[in-house]
Design a protein around this ligand. Structure first.
Ligand SMILES: [Zn+2]
Length: 409
């Protein structure tokens, strides 16, 4: 069915359209423009000036690791392996292991959905993910090749040379953790990739804490993409990637939450800490517009998905509607919280919304649950309350998650 939103503040890569309208048909945006182009065929929703952004693309997470609290008794760490050893031997990991992996995936999906994230790069081999991703309510970026990390103690998730070659042949990204730590081997990660001929526009490097100036020159020269995860890095290592230099050198930088067991509770915290860290470290502001780019058009480019990450005719209808000052849309984006997320649409289907959007869900015949999220009345596709109940039964107590502050309504 065709439907249209009107009178919204639409943020496209080129301009901010006031009193804008956008028409959805099937899974696509079929029209976008200044005024209503309503042709009486479908439904029309008046947004009264609410702000419309492309759906957020989170550049790095591990959905199987969607659990809390964080682990890290011996931080700051020298590299990822020491943290992973602490994780695997912790009581909280034993508790997490009692939850079905399909439910951890659902937890991850809902964690992102209620914060406006519509697509996630989930760092795990395809064959593992396919077993667990059933009914995840967000888009998982599907086409990628990967290695776990650039070091001799990486997990055997993919071999760097052949995976990078495969990515080039198929015009898809090659994703790997890189330079996450400070041991002598980890510090040489970028030169290892160079020797393996694995630096190109297809390469997406996660973290980059130990990048040197020479590394950054190589990344720029080879059009390599980087995913910055400041919360996880600052938590585990007490420092993060040289973000100012990366941006000054015009490296394509995306933002990622990582899993909540080392990273942020949600994308709101990631944005807040990214801006705070930048200002405290460099004495200048990281603009809200740059942050928006790191979560929309930059990952669209890094992950070879031109059909998501911008409001454009014929793109996928992945977008979010938020409540905020329409005169300052970028600032509204970087300061939003759960209550400000009014509508989340993925593949043309409304998945989550403020209760005012009940008529839209009903007209499109989308089943939903009524819930309260951080005190605000919302509606959501699927059975998130059943999920929380299953987890309660798995761990034998009423487990609460800061990233899913949900109660029945
Ligand atoms: Zn990771």
């Amino acid at each position: 069915m065709q439907w249209e939103i009107i009178n919204g503040t639409l943020v496209t890569p080129e301009e901010i359209i006031k009193e804008g309208s956008l028409t959805v048909s099937q899974d696509k945006i079929i029209k976008i423009g200044k005024r209503s182009i309503h042709d009486q065929k479908g439904i029309q929703i008046d947004l009264n000036g609410l702000i419309v952004f492309p759906g957020i693309i989170d550049g790095h997470d591990h959905l199987l690791g969607t659990y809390l609290p964080r682990v890290g008794d011996r931080k700051p760490y020298l590299n990822w392996l020491m943290w992973d050893n602490d994780l695997k031997s912790s009581p909280i990991y034993a508790e997490r292991q009692q939850v079905e992996s399909t439910d951890l995936y659902l937890l991850g999906g809902y964690r992102h959905l209620i914060s406006g994230v519509t697509s996630v790069q989930d760092h795990i081999p395809h064959f593992v993910r396919e077993m667990f991703r059933k009914n995840v309510p967000i888009r998982l970026i599907d086409k990628y090749t990967m290695a776990h990390a650039v070091c001799s103690f990486a997990l055997p998730w993919g071999e760097i040379e052949s995976e990078h070659q495969l990515a080039k042949e198929n015009n898809i990204p090659f994703v790997t953790h890189c330079s996450e730590g400070f041991d002598e081997e980890t510090k040489k990660s970028v030169s290892v990739l160079e020797k393996k001929d694995a630096l190109s526009e297809h390469t997406v490097l996660i973290h980059g804490i130990a990048f040197s100036d020479e590394d950054i020159d190589l990344l720029y020269k080879n059009k390599v993409n980087v995913v910055w995860c400041p919360v996880s890095n600052l938590y585990m290592f007490g420092t993060t990637a040289p973000i100012k230099k990366l941006l000054e050198k015009n490296v394509n930088v995306c933002l990622g939450t990582d899993s909540p067991m080392s990273g942020s509770v949600n994308i709101f915290e990631e944005i807040y800490i990214a801006k705070k860290f930048y200002f405290e470290k460099y004495g200048t502001k990281l603009t809200s517009k740059k942050i928006v780019e790191m979560l929309t058009i930059n990952p669209s480019r890094a992950f070879f998905r031109p059909d998501i990450g911008s409001l454009k005719q014929n793109n996928k209808a992945d977008f979010i509607v938020i409540d905020g000052d329409p005169k300052q849309p970028y600032e509204a984006f970087t300061s939003m919280q759960y209550e400000n997320i009014m509508l989340v649409v993925i593949d043309g289907i409304p998945k989550y919304a403020d209760e005012n959007f009940i008529p839209l869900f009903e007209t499109l015949d989308i089943p939903f649950q009524k819930i309260k999220v951080a005190g605000s009345k919302k509606i959501i596709e699927g059975d998130v309350l059943g999920l929380l109940n299953r987890i309660k039964n798995s761990v034998n107590f009423d487990k609460k998650f800061d990233f899913l502050p949900i109660e029945p309504c």
